[in-house]
Design a binder for this molecule. Sequence first.
Ligand code: ADP
Ligand code: MG
Length: 729
Amino acid sequence: MSKLRFRVVETAFKKKPVAVEIPKERPSEYFGKYVFNKEKMFRYLSSKVYAKLIDVIDNGAPLDRSIADEVAAGMKKWAIEMGATHYTHWFHPLTEGTAEKHDAFVEHDGKGGMMEEFTGKLLVQQEPDASSFPNGGIRNTFEARGYSAWDPSSPAFIVDDTLCIPTIFIAYTGESLDYKAPLLKALRAVNKAATDVCHYFDPEVKKVNAYLGWEQEYFLVDEGLYAARPDLLMTGRTLMGHEASKNQQLEDHYFGAIPTRVAAFMKELEIEALKLGIPVKTRHNEVAPNQFELAPIYEECNLAVDHNMLIMALMRKIARNHGFRVLLHEKPFKGVNGSGKHNNWSLGTDTGVLLMAPGKTAEENLRFITFIVNTLMAVYRHNGLLKASISSATNAHRLGANEAPPAIISSFLGKQLSQVLAHIEESDKDDLISLSGKQGMKLDIPQIPELLIDNTDRNRTSPFAFTGNRFEFRAVGSEANCASAMIALNSALAEQLTDFKRDVDALIEKGEDKVAAILDVIRRDLKICKPIHFDGNGYSDEWKEEAARRGLDCETSVPVIFDNYLKEDSIAMFEKTGVMTRKELEARNEVKWEMYTKKIQIEARVLGDLAMNHIIPVATQYQTELVDNVYKMNSLFPAEKAAKLSAKNLELIEEIANRTAFIKEHVDAMIEARKVANKLDNERAKAVAYHDYIVPMMEEIRYHIDKLELIVDNQMWTLPKYRELLFIR
Ligand code: ADP
Ligand code: MG
C-alpha cells in the first residue's frame, strides 16, 4: 500500500534541474516582447490614433469609439505576426484567478473561405457566457446579462497563441461583477482627491497615481509528492500531517542558497515574466523550507494588479515544466510559516513626487505629513473594512498564527516618524510656524533623513507598516487578488482626503492662513487616529487586549468580518467616492459568504474521505499487526511474562482503537452538521455555521490523525509526510 509513497519520494529525490533556454538577447531587449506596449502602439497605429490612445492611457481621457477599429486592426496585425491565432477578453471575476474565453481570429470571408478578423467592436465589448460566474444574485435579480469591456489603461499581451485583452466585467445594469471595475473607480477617486490636496502645495499637479509593488510568497512541492496528497490536490493545503521533527527553527533556509531545481524554475519564470512586461527584480528563499518569494519593481496600481494575476498563472504553468507544483495557498502546512503578499503602496504625482516620502524643505515635509496623517485616518476609520478586504477562508489560517500579525489592523510608523508626529501634535501651533519677513514661512518640522529609515527600523509584526517612502500592507493573502485590498485602501483614502480638504478649506474661508489651517486639521486628526498607531509587537497577547481597549476591530470570524462591507460607514464611503453602490456591496458579500462556505465544505469532504479511506484503514492494519504480535507473544511466553512484554503494544492497540473511533464518530457528526448548515437559506448564516461548527470539527479530527501518523508504521503510511513535502526539492 505504501509503495506509491516510497516510489514518489525516491523519484522526487533523484530529480535533476531542467535546463532553461536562455534568450540570446539581453533582458532589456526582450522585456515586453509579448506586450502591445507604447512602442508597438506607435509602430502599428497611425500617429493620430496613437496620440488619442495615449491620452486615454496616460490622462484617463474618455475612449473615442471611432479609434477602436484602427486599434483593433493594429493589435491584430501585431498579434498575428507574433504567431497568435486566438484572442480573449481577460478579466478578474469574483472567484480566484482570471477568466478567459478564447476565440479564433478566423471568420467566414463570405466567399466560402476564412479570413482573420478582429474588429473594434470585438475589442471594446464582449458578452462572455458568464452565467456561471458568481454575481451575488445581481444578474438574476435584475435579469441583466454581463459583458466585458476593454480597459485601455492595461496593455494587451500574448500568452501562448492568444492575444489577451484586459477588461472589466459588468452587468448590463452597470453593476461591477469583477475586481477591476471597482479598482479603476477607486483609483480615479483617489487621484481626484489627492490631486486636490496636492494643490495646497503645488498647483501644477495634474494627476496622482497610486503605486503598488507586491511581494509574492509561495511554496514549491515536487509534483509526484503533490499528486500523492489528495488534500493538496483538491484544496491547496494539507488537511493533516504531523510537523516534521525539524521545520524552520534553524532559520537556515531564509536567504540561503537557492536549490538548483528551484533556481531553474525561477530563471524560466523570470524570463517569461520579463517578456510579458512584468519588471521582476527580486527572488529569494523565504523563512519556511521550500518557501520562496518573488517581487517586481512597483508599478501603477492597476497594472501591478494585472501583473500579479498574470504571474500567479505563469508560476503555476512554469512550475510544471520543472516537476513542481506551486502552492499559493496562505497556509499549506500547519506549524510552518504561511505565505502572504506584501502590498507596498504609495501615491505619486505626475510631477514626479512620491507623496509618502519625506522631502527636503519644510513645505515638502508638511505635504509628506499631510499624506501620512490622512492615510492613518483612512486606515483608522476603516480598519474593520480593510481587514475584511484581505479576509478569506484560506487567509484565516495565516493571520494570527505567529508568523503574521493578528486579525487586527494597526500601523507601524517607526521611531523617527513617530517622533515627528508627536512633535507636531504636542507643540504650540505658533511655535510650529513662524513667519519671518522675506524668508517667508518657516516651519518647525524636524527633518527626516531618508537614509535613516531603513530595514533596521522595520517591524515585521505590523500589518500596515510605514517603510520609508510607502506603506506596506502585509496582511494580504498570497492567493488573493491584490485589487480587493487596493479598492478598500484607495477608496478610504479618497474619502478621507476629501474630508480633510473640506475642513481645511472651511478654516481658510474663515480667514486662517493655509499652512495654519492644514496644521490645525492635522493636529486634530492626529489625536483622532491615535488608536491605529502601534509600534510594538503585533504577535503578543497584550496587543490583542490593548487593541480591544482602543476600539479596533478584533473580530476573528471571517464571515462576520465580511459584515464590515455592509456597515453604514463603509457603504457611505464607497457611495460617496463612486466606487460601489449598496446594491453592489450587498451582492458581493453574498459571493464572499458563498465562497467561504464552499471552501470549507470541500475541505470537510476531502478530510472526511481521507480519514475514512486512508487513515482508518492504515491504522487498523497496523493495529491488526500489533494484535497478531500480542497473540504470538502469548503462545511463546508464559502468560504473566507475555502480558508484561506486550504492555506497550496493548497500549498502542488501545490508542489506535480510541483515536480511530473518535475520527469515525466525528466524521459522521461533521456530515450531519454540514447537512444542517446546508439547509440554512441565507448565505451569511451558512458561512457562519461552517465557521462555528465545521472548522473546529476539522481541527479535532486532524489532531487525532496527526497523532496516528506518529505511531503507525512508517512503511504503511500512504500520504507523503511533511518532512518529504518540505525538504525534497
Ligand atoms: P523588502 O525589504 O520589504 O523586501 P524591497 O526593497 O524588496 O523591500 O521592496 C519591496 C517592494 O516594494 C518592491 O516591489 C518595490 O518596488 C516596492 N516599492 C519600493 N518603493 C515603493 C513605493 N514608493 N511605492 C510602492 N512600492 C514601492
Ligand atoms: Mg517587504
